[in-house]
Ligand binder design. Sequence first.
Ligand SMILES: CCCCCCCCCCCCC/C=C/[C@@H](O)[C@H](COP(=O)(O)O)NC(=O)CCCCC
Ligand SMILES: Nc1ncnc2c1ncn2[C@@H]1O[C@H](COP(=O)(O)OP(=O)(O)O)[C@@H](O)[C@H]1O
Ligand SMILES: [Ca+2]
Length: 572
Amino acid sequence: MEIDLRLESSLWVGKKRYKAVLTGWHFQWTEVDKNNREKKTTLVPVSELIALEKGQVEILPRKSVEDTDKDFTVFYVKRSSSGGSYGLLWQFGRIQFSCASRALRDQWTSHLRAALKTHSPSRPHRLLVFINPYGGKKKGRNIYHSLVAPLFELAGITSHVIVTERANQARDHLLKKDLSGFDGVVCVGGDGMFSEIMHGMIGRTQQEAGLSENDLNVTLQPCHLHIGIIPAGSTDCVCFATVGVNDPVTSALHIIIGDSQPLDVCSAHHPTEPVRYSVSLLGYGFYGDVLAESERHRWMGPLRYDFSGFMVYLSSRSYAGVVHYLPADPLLSSPRDNTRCLSGCSVCSKSTERLFPHSTVSESVHSFQCSQYRSDRSEAGWVSVAGRFRCVSFTCMSSSCPRSPLGLSPSAHLADGTGDLILVRESHPLGFLKFLHRHTSSEDQFDLPFVEVHRVKAFRFSLPPGEEEDSLEDMESEAARERENQESPQCRMDSETKSRTGSEQQLTDRAKGDWSREKSLFCGPCCTEAPAVSVWNCDGEILPFSEIQGRVHGQLVHLYARGIEDKAACVG
Ligand SMILES: CCCCCCCCCCCCC/C=C/[C@@H](O)[C@H](COP(=O)(O)O)NC(=O)CCCCC
Ligand SMILES: Nc1ncnc2c1ncn2[C@@H]1O[C@H](COP(=O)(O)OP(=O)(O)O)[C@@H](O)[C@H]1O
Ligand SMILES: [Ca+2]
């Protein structure tokens, strides 16, 4: 039975009279002057009410200022476009109303609570929070306790907080521990921490579904718990690209109101390694080298990427490889169509229907997607490109971040079941600088003769024929044999770098984070030749192999977010 939630009355804020109306979906209040003329109206969707309390209540610190029996306080989401940021900052608004009687006050609070229950059913009540105390500028703990926890408490959310003591603790917890009773998981950290949590959640979901996640042909089961991200890392690209700003309060408010944003995930497979997942960047060449170099300068904090980016740029490397890709349907969208994936994106919504045609029947979805992918895996429809590349990058979303406000691929979609493959061929160093620099402005980085971009469903990267890699174990044992025989380690780079042995040695070194053999990026006469292989940067983690196969899994995880809001539509 539909409950009538409509309510209308006069309410007072101090000495000012307001006409307040609850329609069910919206709560609005309009100031009325002494001549009964209506002035400015504030309209808040019920789904964006944060909390409702009887009396006059303050937060930070939270206390009841005055518990008069005719008052109630409403906390709600207030948008602000300040700060020149790309998306919209959310703040909490607070207004204290006085009613003509206690009975009216109780009527308002019960109607507003009932409206919240009806129109905002997916709010979390209990959250599992992981804080990486070492991410970014090491402020995760402080950010959570001073800015986020008081808002969760106000909204009636209970949280179980784990401050991690080692890498992969959050992933292991999610894989093994009892998660019943939790509505979602919160990540306080950067992209690396998010990736850890995503690996735990995807792995757990596949375990429970009895699916082998290492099998490239298996259609993975979407995760049912949502993930919230409180940005406290170095790049914070996943947060920026799904919310539009890196702001802990904005993210906390998206979590509180139970927003939901599906996200495509790319699985990266290698025959001898466990599967890895990526949402923001799978990058070989420049981005792989920047990450490997930056790990040696972690003490610099977020600046390590700028320093390493500069150093790697100066080294001017390119790598040989063969890229195969399976194009997505060009009639649905294109990476050069100059559109943006914004909140409520129609391309993503249509993809939901395409990816999950009968969304409640998961079995049929599974077999449908599986057969579709298997037929695609035949060589029909695959395209190949061979050459020397400065970088091969793949992203499932725009990957916008403060360093690059429009991102690696500005027209990519968060949840369309595709990703963008960006191939940057060997070019003059100034050309590559132009390409990089365009990421920081609105100039089109794809409008360069040595750059191509393709919207794809799957891809694979191999070393050129004759230079294919063996398994890492083979490479390690060969490397050990070589070390026993080697005359002078420093001359390693002088030898035939294009030979299998040279490539494999470099890959093994880099996989282990051992760049000592390369000495530095400019190591003088004994190291004049560039290394033959790079590593992959998988959302900030080094993948210890060159040859990979990637496949996009549409809408595999869900975030407490709503995509980037259109500024023009949201701020009057
Ligand atoms: C001359 C100006 C050059 C500017 C180059 C700008 C290019 C920026 C593109 C950034 C894309 C970022 C994609 C996200 C990657 C993150 O997953 C990863 C890990 O983040 P975190 O865990 O928070 O540390 N970050 C990076 O790999 C940093 C790449 C920086 C490259 C300069
Ligand atoms: N307590 C910890 N000690 C060391 N490393 C950790 C800890 N907790 C998480 N990590 C790891 O730190 C890495 C970087 O974390 P992240 O929060 O992304 O920071 P940043 O953005 O600065 O790289 C992640 O890969 C994560 O697995
Ligand atoms: Ca996508």
